[in-house]
Design a protein around this ligand. Structure first.
Ligand code: ADP
Ligand code: MG
Length: 698
């Protein structure tokens, strides 16, 4: 095993890289290059990191009698008979015999070569799952190998790799062996660090995973708990941490306008609010205020459950920018949400003499021009809007702070566009998310961000009661709506998501609206959906906010941010079709006032396993973080990091839930490596990300 690199004197640094094969050279591995690229394999290092999904044990043969149905086994026997039959369909059937009995091999697809291999009198090894078939015990499509008597058995378990069409396991195995021959597997982890972390050596671990000895525990291999797996997962997490740490440091090297807290305007706003900030809000406000005072750009994520009061935190931050004479912009993913933010900010800030402008994609030309004018003349230092904000015509050259609400709904490019409005300096960035991010995810994929958490809801909220109701009881649900409204409350009725067709979704919403309006004749019912013009949408929302309509039938457009405290009943039809985060968001539309609130999840049978789990989770807890954790389990990290995906590679081997202890350790080790062995950190980035490392800086 090669020594670990020593501080400031690594092999890589000397240019004579023993990690030659690990270097990002995009040399084709073979003629199968295209197929290998499909598997993400560009060089020998990638090849060696293409690890088996599972293993088959061909190191032993059992007699035909010993081969138990339901389990994979390898037998060695002589072909007694073989023929192509046509019932029930064309297939090749071979009868094999050894001293203990007979077994049939069946092939529904086969080439002449297979027929040749299975000529009577031939001796073969067959590996496959044994099952009880029509003729007796059989193997369907086993792997067959011609052998001579006494031929040696493989010395290691047979790895089964993730493969792609036209790239057989045998070919992958050969390529891995070749890659081993050509690579020197330097352990980039300094020996002392590796020992203190009790991690297995790199080369040993890789060899073990590609060619485990027969006595290796299959379960430890497959559950990925074996020390060799731990080492690989550790290095993967370590590399991720190094990458994110570098991105973090790099961002700090950029200049930003320092916006120290003057304290006057924020204090005035706080004094004017009808409520006091929660402890969590006050903490977040402080953290942000301190960041804004720095001369490098803030990159902070403000996460807090629905209703935790993120908007006021954002408003205070924006005020701090305005106090320093710079602009601040707040971008929201939907018109409804942006408009609502605008109203709030306008109501809070105009009395303080701070103008707020409002920009949306569908605004009337005249209004838009007036708003742009207001911004240009400096009458409005604050701008609120949808992605219309990032259009060229919007003059935000003095942007000091960009706030992005529901940040996961925007792409990387959209968020960067807001940042690029200012030449030379970067604005401070505050990203807000009401989809709580599980701790493990924040620690891994988002390690390049600073995080403030609102882990406390404003006081006086009564917990929401969640009910699961089968759709056969729809009539009762309608009565509930009637009762709630009779008591002066209001209700949302959310129509099912129809993924296949927006038209169909719209149609359902219209029908539901008509039915409810007829059944609840004494109440006024509103309808809001994505096809309404923004002005119409705003009108409907406004009417609901003023309690002129009591029931609001909606598609998922109301999912984010809508804030009508008097609404205390949320009905969600076909709840089983919604994702966990979405259900949580929707439910969070009620429970915003002092009244006891209810969320009725109407579901249709039969429920899929996944649908059942989602409903169970949402029923059992209202804790956004717990829901996020379960969502992560059900859906994996891809959905959470959404648009970030293009920036940070998904973990291939480490599992956020199972390997949480490794994440902590990797984070510390990354800092140590970065500080004391930067060349080793470089080498790890090359090994794992190759040329892709450049991509990640966004
Ligand atoms: P979210 O975090 O979901 O964006 P909002 O900012 O929309 O939450 O706040 C939800 C509601 O709670 C709003 O009506 C807001 O005015 C109110 N609110 C915010 N902070 C407090 C507080 N500290 N005490 C009482 N009400 C608050
Ligand atoms: Mg919000």
């Amino acid at each position: 095993m090669t020594d670990a690199p020593k501080p400031r004197k690594t092999h890589a640094a000397k240019g004579k890289t023993p990690a030659g094969a690990d270097a990002p050279a995009r040399k084709p591995v073979s003629a199968l290059t295209g197929r290998l690229h499909k598997l993400g394999i560009y060089n020998d290092a990638d090849m060696l990191l293409h690890l088996p999904m599972r293993y088959e044990d061909e190191t032993r043969v059992v007699s035909i009698r010993e081969a138990a149905p339901g389990l994979p086994a390898q037998i060695e026997a002589e072909v007694e008979h073989a023929e192509i039959t046509f019932k029930p369909r064309r297939q090749l059937v071979a009868k094999l015999r050894d001293d203990s009995g007979v077994i049939y091999l069946r092939f529904l697809n086969f080439y002449p070569a297979m027929q040749k291999l299975l000529e009577p009198g031939r001796r073969v090894r067959a590996f496959g799952e044994v099952r009880s078939g029509f003729w007796g015990e059989e193997m369907i499509h086993p792997r067959v190998l011609a052998v001579t008597e006494g031929e040696a058995l493989p010395q290691s378990l047979t790895p089964i790799y993730p493969a792609t069409a036209g790239l057989a396991q045998a070919a992958l195995r050969k390529l891995v062996l070749r890659a081993f021959e050509r690579s020197s597997l330097v352990d980039f982890l300094p020996e002392a660090l590796r020992k203190s972390l009790r991690l297995a050596g790199w080369e040993r671990s890789l060899r073990f995973l590609h060619q485990p000895p027969p006595e290796a525990s299959q379960s430890a291999l497959e559950e990925r708990s074996h020390p060799a797996w731990r080492r690989v997962k550790f290095d993967e997490l370590l590399t991720q941490q190094i990458q994110l740490r570098r991105a973090y440091i790099e961002r700090r090297a950029h200049a930003a306008a320092s916006l120290p807290a003057q304290g006057r305007l924020p204090a005035q706003l706080i004094a004017a609010l009808p409520f006091a900030l929660t402890g969590a809000q006050a903490r977040a406000v402080d953290e942000i205020a301190r960041d804004l005072a720095q001369a490098y750009p803030m990159q902070r994520l403000l996460q807090g459950d629905v209703g935790s009061g993120k908007t006021i935190v954002a408003a205070l931050a924006m005020l701090q920018a305005a106090e320093n004479g710079l602009q601040a912009a707040l971008m929201a993913p939907t018109e409804i949400l942006a408009e609502q933010h605008y109203r709030k900010l306008d109501q809070w800030l105009t009395p303080l003499g701070i103008g707020v402008a409002w920009l949306s994609g569908s605004q009337k030309k005249k209004e838009r021009a007036a708003m742009l004018e207001k911004i240009a003349r400096g009458e409005a230092l604050l701008a609120v809007g949808t992605h219309a904000l990032i259009e060229d015509t919007v003059g935000l050259e003095k942007l000091g702070l960009a706030v992005v609400d529901e940040q996961h709904r925007f792409g990387v490019r959209q968020r960067l566009a807001l940042r690029e409005k200012v030449a030379g300096r970067l604005p401070h960035m505050l990203m807000m998310s009401a989809t709580p991010i599980p701790r493990t995810l924040a620690m891994s994929y988002m390690a390049d961000l600073d995080v403030s958490v609102l882990d406390e809801l404003p006081p006086g909220r009564t917990p929401i009661v969640t009910k699961l109701v089968a759709d056969s009881r729809r009539e009762e649900v309608i009565e509930r709506v009637r009762d709630a409204c009779r008591e002066g409350r209001q209700a949302y009725w959310v129509c099912p998501l129809i993924e296949e067709s927006e038209t169909l979704q719209l149609q359902t919403a219209v029908e539901t609206y008509e039915t409810l309006a007829a059944e609840l004749a004494e109440l006024r019912v509103g309808l809001v959906h994505g096809r309404l013009k923004p002005a119409e949408k705003a009108e409907v929302m406004e009417a609901f906010l003023r309690n002129e309509t009591q029931v609001l039938v909606a598609t998922t457009v109301i999912e984010v941010g809508v804030d009508v405290p008097n609404a205390s009943l949320m009905v969600i039809e076909h709840a089983e079709r919604f994702g966990l985060a979405q259900l949580h968001q929707l439910r969070g539309r009620v429970g915003r006032g002092a009244a006891a609130s209810t969320c009725v999840l109407v579901y249709a049978q039969p429920l899929s396993q996944n649908g059942r789990e989602r409903l169970k989770a949402i029923f059992e807890t209202t804790d956004g973080f717990e829901i996020a954790r379960r969502d992560l389990q059900l859906r994996g990290p891809g959905e959470f990091i959404g648009a970030r995906q293009s920036g940070v590679p998904l973990l291939r081997y480490a599992d956020l839930e199972a390997d949480v202890d490794l994440i902590e350790v990797a984070k510390q080790a990354a800092e140590e490596l970065q500080a004391r062995y930067p060349e080793a950190a470089d080498a790890l980035l090359r090994r794992w990300y190759g040329g892709r490392a450049e991509l990640l800086k966004a």
